[in-house]
Design a protein around this ligand. Structure first.
Ligand SMILES: *[C@@H]1O[C@H](CO)[C@@H](O)[C@H](O)[C@H]1NC(C)=O
Ligand SMILES: *[C@@H]1O[C@H](CO)[C@@H](O)[C@H](O)[C@H]1NC(C)=O
Ligand SMILES: *[C@@H]1O[C@H](CO)[C@@H](O)[C@H](O)[C@H]1NC(C)=O
Ligand SMILES: *[C@@H]1O[C@H](CO)[C@@H](O)[C@H](O)[C@H]1NC(C)=O
Ligand SMILES: *[C@@H]1O[C@H](CO)[C@@H](O)[C@H](O)[C@H]1NC(C)=O
Ligand SMILES: *[C@@H]1O[C@H](CO)[C@@H](O)[C@H](O)[C@H]1NC(C)=O
Ligand SMILES: *[C@@H]1O[C@H](CO)[C@@H](O)[C@H](O)[C@H]1NC(C)=O
Ligand SMILES: *[C@@H]1O[C@H](CO)[C@@H](O)[C@H](O)[C@H]1NC(C)=O
Length: 415
């Protein structure tokens, strides 16, 4: 959704989008398009336009319900705060049974373990600098109509962790992503908690992180063990520095632009002005609401709607995150379902670059439901993990299969 859909200020407009997309997506998805998906040429774009827009914009009414009762038939969802400040996580449920809470206070360094049903679909974000008074909670970012226990999605901008626990072919897969489609407020990581029957999935294929806040970034390294262990090194974004990520947000999209000296009249570029460490950034869509930035209306076409300045700058820092409505397929993680998740606010380390570097292994995992010995061996080979994937041709041979999986998911969403 460019989830501007759910900002308070854009409400009317988003209802309109929502309806429009729900209608058009329903009619777009059908067996006729499955055929064209197997043409590897068009596969990518069809996959994007059928799956993502719908996935992004469908905001079904939030459901609450009691949380499920044990690991048998439930999925752990842990939320951890590694920020220096208290964070107020917000949780919305788009479908299925959620954790029984829409948000709460989480002090720095603490973790909360929740449980969701295996059919849960929803998202989690962090609210910052809130003033709490009983049930009311008024926040600098991520605010949900001033309630501590959110029923509505958070106000933009907010880094989102999005999950569809049970999607894809035979509903056998979990889809998840870190979405910056609505903007960015905090660094975020997603760590896998394997179930007994999914312990074969190596953590270096699953544990994604996006860090675009200066001071939270460790030294560049092509691979690392921050969200994994020494057996399973994770490919990392390896060129940014604390300095370089200070100014990634285009000035007009800053939520709290620093005061300009001299009454706003001064000779040097905005970009030279010191910004606060936590400097929330709206996405182009969230900032302008324009059809061309949100890929709606006549821009609802991946051939026309291209990444702008916001997407390009954040994608360079967070290659595994979803940066705009028609971001490529290397933004969504798909793995066999069953395991649980930890969402970490403010992990320290480096952003991951898993989907680009290990696309082949991810595809094998979600196509076959398993990894061969050969792939597992490859995944332990640091040199393989860090080698330049752009240089190797034919790294995306299985796109069309991925496309079909996504299409099936799309049909599932349409039901
Ligand atoms: C941290 O979390 C634990 C377990 O959830 C809880 O008992 C404790 O009160 C929390 N600490 C603070 C300071 O809130
Ligand atoms: C909360 O506000 C303080 C004071 O403005 C600021 O220093 C801090 O970075 C903010 N925290 C977050 C997480 O935005
Ligand atoms: C970024 O800043 C933090 C905190 O000052 C520091 O620990 C870290 O090493 C710095 N990272 C780089 C890449 O210099
Ligand atoms: C950085 O990379 C080198 C090899 O490229 C590796 O030996 C080292 O452990 C890595 N550092 C971290 C923190 O993972
Ligand atoms: C790393 O994690 C994997 C999977 O969770 C585990 O099997 C392995 O023993 C771990 N290795 C180390 C060195 O802890
Ligand atoms: C693991 O077990 C759960 C619960 O029985 C099941 O739903 C899931 O499909 C299984 N996952 C795999 C990869 O076998
Ligand atoms: C996955 O493949 C490995 C061999 O690579 C095999 O030992 C294992 O039994 C397979 N697991 C499943 C669930 O098929
Ligand atoms: C992931 O871990 C596996 C198993 O240790 C290893 O073979 C592989 O090289 C790792 N992949 C990456 C990208 O680090």
């Amino acid at each position: 959704m460019p989830s501007t859909c759910h900002t308070v200020s854009n409400r009317g407009k988003s209802m309109h989008w929502l309806l429009a997309t729900a209608l058009c997506a329903g009619s777009l998805i059908g067996p006729a398009t499955a055929q064209s998906l197997s043409d590897s040429q068009g596969g990518e774009q069809i996959w994007q336009s059928k799956y993502f827009p719908k996935h992004k914009r469908m905001a079904l009414p939030a459901k609450r319900g009691p949380p499920p009762e044990d690991w048998d038939g439930k999925i752990p969802l842990v939320i951890t705060n590694r920020c220096d400040d208290t964070i107020w996580p917000g949780i919305t449920t788009q479908s299925g049974t959620g954790p029984g809470t829409g948000g709460f206070e989480l002090v720095a360094g603490n973790s909360t373990r929740l449980w969701v049903a295996p059919d849960w679909q929803g998202r989690i974000w962090g609210r910052t600098n809130c003033t709490v008074d009983g049930d009311s909670c008024s926040c600098q970012t991520g605010d949900c109509l001033k309630k501590l226990d959110c029923d509505a999605s958070g106000e933009v901008p907010a880094t989102l962790a999005e999950f569809t626990m049970e999607g894809g072919l035979h509903r056998g897969q979990t889809f998840y992503d870190i979405s910056l489609v609505d903007g960015y407020n905090l660094p975020m990581g997603i760590n896998y908690i394997p179930a007994k029957n999914t312990s074969f999935i190596p953590p270096n294929l699953t544990n994604a992180a996006c860090i675009a806040t200066p001071g939270w970034l460790y030294k560049p390294n092509k691979t690392g063990t921050y969200y994994s262990n020494s057996t399973f090194p994770i490919p990392l974004e390896d060129s940014e520095s604390n300095e370089s990520i200070k100014r990634w947000c285009p000035w007009p999209y800053l939520v709290f632009p620093p005061t300009k000296p001299g009454d706003g009249v001064y000779p040097y570029p905005d970009d030279d002005i010191q910004r606060p460490t936590f400097s929330p950034c709206k996405s182009a869509c969230a900032a302008t609401g324009r059809d061309s930035d949100c890929c709606v209306g006549k821009w609802h076409d991946p051939k026309k709607c291209k990444p702008g300045r916001y997407s390009n700058s954040i994608k360079a820092i967070c290659p595994d995150a979803y940066s705009f409505a028609f971001d490529d397929q290397k933004s969504t993680f798909i793995i066999p379902k069953g395991g649980g998740w930890e969402v970490v606010m403010c992990p320290k380390g480096r952003s991951t670059n898993i989907l680009h570097q290990l696309f082949q292994e991810m595809d094998e995992l979600n196509t076959n439901g398993n990894l061969s010995e050969t792939s597992l061996k490859r995944l332990r080979d640091v040199q393989y993990i860090t080698s330049d994937r752009d240089a190797a041709s034919g790294v995306r041979p299985m796109l069309s299969r991925l496309g079909i999986v996504a299409l099936t998911l799309g049909m599932w969403f349409a039901m």
